[in-house]
Design a protein around this ligand. Structure first.
Ligand code: TRP
Length: 452
């Protein structure tokens, strides 16, 4: 299986793989979702569990996904089946890839709606609609957006089209430039926001909220959300990183590469939290405000700082780009599969899949208005899809990938790709065989059988 390349092409270097995978990882998960779920789950203890999950479960599973993809050089379903066969296991392991495609479709449907909110805020910032808003006004403006299905539909449609165009063109070209220039710029603006947060008078309280570990606050549900989010934020558990790994060059070190991606992703999330919470506290807002947290706190911050209109516009543009490079990666595994398995043209596969996810997105945006009384297990469509994908489907995908990499794939093949020192390989192997699956299983078990 050596020296093959994927029929979809390959990244020009290790650095470009890092850019692309970071582009996938860093997205709304870091800037929108991480702060709001941290706020809903009481802060510190939640953040600590999240960091532990990244390190002990996320990073080792990411290494597994990359090597599986790179060894097989195929879409996730075929990569898993081929590698199983090579290790004398059953090709049925490909089913993980099928479940992954479904997760990608479901995640995209709400992701694109939030991507649409970001696009709306670019214009709101640019035109000065948000200049000097109070926290109440910012909350009302967000509420008004959610109440208007046609506006939401327009932005959701635009975001979907932007994504499908890049996927149809082949992700190699599109993603490289977007990530190389825009990611560092996004980071610079986050630092500007952080600098502003330090002047608000709420910084100490924000810091304390994120890093004061009060385990009395932690519930099994919060632990599950932290675990689920470690998958979501690193793009794990559904084959995205496997697909990207299949385009990775042979000679690059997987361990170092994955650590770099994990570190970048984590830093962005923490800085986003540290930029948002001080603004929340300084203005007497509620940290548990839910999905609107970033959209009601940041306009207030930009309204108060010098050059806020400029920085605010730029910031939302860059968050839009980060969301875009992530959204692309949600569709890529399925498109790669359709092209390889059914010999479809890339453009046909992309448009076909695009129509499906776009239509599903309408149910998500309707959650805030014309479909608000449609609920599943007490959650509206938007929250329900977010919950089952991030907290159930991705961790389940993660367990299966870990068990597959640890028990099915021959150590020789894994080590062939990973090329770790023997101690580190043993640690990784133990994590795949035991630590990661057991940790995930415990959390899922207590979700189904709550103690309280
Ligand atoms: N990681 C992205 C974010 O944090 C979202 C994402 C992209 C994703 N591809 C994924 C999540 C695959 C899970 C699986 O915004």
């Amino acid at each position: 299986m050596k020296n093959k390349t994927s029929i979809q092409g390959s990244w020009a270097s290790r650095w470009i793989f890092i850019l692309a995978a970071t582009g996938s990882a860093v997205g709304l998960g870091n800037i929108w979702k991480f702060p709001y779920i941290t706020g809903e789950n009481g802060g510190g203890a939640f953040v600590l569990v999240y960091l532990a999950c990244i390190l002990l479960v996320g990073i080792p599973i990411m290494m597994a996904e990359v090597f599986i993809g790179r060894r097989a050089r195929k879409n996730p379903i075929n990569a898993l089946s081929d590698l199983a066969e090579e290790s004398e296991g059953t090709r049925k392991w490909g089913i993980i890839g099928v479940m992954g495609m479904l997760s990608g479709v479901l995640i995209f449907s709400f992701y694109s709606v939030v991507g649409g909110w970001v696009l709306h805020y670019i214009i709101a910032m640019l035109t000065g609609d948000m200049a000097n808003v109070t926290s109440d006004q910012a909350g009302d403006a967000f509420g008004a957006l959610l109440a208007n299905p046609m506006t939401l539909l327009g932005w959701h449609t635009l975001f979907s089209i932007m994504t499908i165009v890049v996927v149809a063109a082949g992700i190699n070209k599109g993603i490289e430039t977007a990530t190389r220039i825009m990611m560092p710029a996004l980071f610079v603006l986050l630092i500007v926001l952080l600098g502003y947060a330090m002047t608000t008078g709420g910084f100490a309280q924000g810091w304390d909220f994120m890093f004061h570990f009060d385990f009395g606050q932690l519930t099994w549900n919060a632990a599950l959300i932290a675990l689920g989010h470690s998958f979501f934020t690193l793009s794990l558990g559904m084959g995205t990183i496997m697909a990207y790994g299949s385009y990775m060059t042979k000679n690059a070190s997987i361990g170092k590469t994955v650590l770099t991606i994990g570190a970048l992703d984590t830093v962005v999330a923490l800085v986003a939290g540290l930029a948002i919470f001080p603004v929340i506290f300084a203005n007497g807002m509620d940290p548990a405000a839910g999905p609107g947290l970033m959209f009601i706190s940041l306009p207030v911050a930009f309204g108060q700082m010098p050059f806020g209109q400029l920085f605010g516009t730029l910031f939302f543009v860059l968050v839009g780009v980060a969301a875009w490079t992530s959204a692309i990666s949600l569709l890529e595994p399925t498109v790669a599969f359709l092209v390889e398995r059914f010999k479809m043209k890339r453009i046909t596969a992309s448009i076909g899949l695009g129509l499906v996810v776009w239509a599903l997105g309408i149910a998500c945006l309707g959650s805030f208005n014309f479909m608000s009384d449609v609920t599943f297990f007490g959650k509206n469509t938007f929250d329900f899809l977010d919950y089952i994908t991030a907290n159930i489907m991705l961790p389940l995908g993660g367990i299966l990938i870990a068990l597959f990499a640890g028990w099915v794939v021959k150590d020789k093949f894994a080590q062939d790709e990973l090329n770790l020192s023997s101690t580190v390989f043993k640690l990784w192997n133990v994590s795949m065989k035991f630590t990661a699956p057991v940790a995930i299983a415990i959390v899922l078990y207590f979700l189904i059988n709550p103690l309280q």
